[in-house]
Write a protein that binds this ligand. Structure first.
Ligand code: XBP
Ligand code: MG
Length: 262
């Protein structure tokens, strides 16, 4: 039985926008504010992204240091204070310099809406970070665009556990084979696939270092008429809803994978 494509489910960081460089800057500003001599360069941060969740990422880093911070009785309280500071700083960076959505995102949002395909967000980050990222590009009513929004704080286990995607499917009241997921990272791909979803992968520099699990297709981005995909990339010059419907039909009828292109 061919299942209809009823929803597009998007990850946020690295998928909707290339946000991890701003997250990295916010973490480093927080370390300075808390008088820690920690500093995450791009390569260190890229490795640390194997840990989902900013607070968990700082905890993992602290456990590898010899400064004894992780042994403090109030370490958990300190981590939460640091993560709250980091979130405020990240939001401030986005207010100063709003980040553009990646190619194809805004166009596919519009196409989905005009073809009654629902949109959803499934992310590890906080609702506050989502507000700061999407308000400049989609306006103050950006939440109305999404039939379901699941953030890190909404589930017990972060990606790569399937919890956030399963909660999104529950809120959408659809089965996994009635949707496509869009992800950039190994944790995200594993989370979506563990929930039974077909995944369109659009990595960034921050996720390309990982040995990414194979999605249904891997692309440098989703493209736009004025920002074409490389010649020969699956779906070039840009991915539209018709193409997504075709891939969804292929995946739900015979889960074959298109060769990765990046
Ligand atoms: C990516 C993450 C997040 C961000 C930092 O989220 O793992 O932890 O790196 O944001 P996504 P927080 O699932 O959207 O790719 O500090 O708020 O966790
Ligand atoms: Mg991501």
């Amino acid at each position: 039985m061919t299942r209809e494509l009823r929803a597009l489910i998007f990850d946020v960081d690295g998928t909707l926008a290339d946000t991890e460089e701003f997250h990295r800057r916010a973490f480093n500003a927080t370390f300075a504010a808390f008088c820690l001599d920690w500093w995450w360069n791009r390569e260190t941060y890229r490795d640390l992204l194997r840990v989902a969740g900013g607070r968990q990422r700082m905890q993992a880093f602290a456990s590898e240091q010899t400064d004894g911070l992780a042994l403090r009785d109030d370490f958990d309280v300190l981590l939460r204070e640091m993560h709250a500071h980091k979130t405020r700083h990240y939001d401030g960076l986005l207010r100063e310099q709003p980040l553009a959505l990646r190619p194809g995102i805004s166009r596919l949002f519009d196409e989905a809406r005009s073809h009654d395909v629902r949109l959803a967000i499934t992310t590890t980050t906080t609702a506050a970070n989502l507000e700061a990222l999407l308000t400049p590009s989609l306006g103050h009513v950006w939440r109305e665009r999404f039939a379901a929004i699941v953030c890190g704080g909404d589930v017990a286990r972060l990606k790569p556990a399937p919890d956030a995607y399963l909660e999104t499917l529950r809120r959408l009241r659809i089965d996994a084979d009635e949707a496509l997921a869009f992800e950039d990272s190994a944790n995200g791909i594993r989370s979506a696939q563990a929930a039974g979803l077909t995944v369109i992968v659009t990595p960034t520099w921050y996720s390309l270092a990982e040995n990414l699990p194979a999605g249904f297709v891997s692309l440098p981005h989703l493209g736009d008429p004025d920002h074409a995909l490389p010649m020969g990339a699956p779906g070039a010059p840009y991915i539209d809803l018709a193409r997504l419907r075709g891939w969804h039909a292929e995946a739900t009828n015979s889960p074959v994978r298109i060769s990765a292109c990046c």
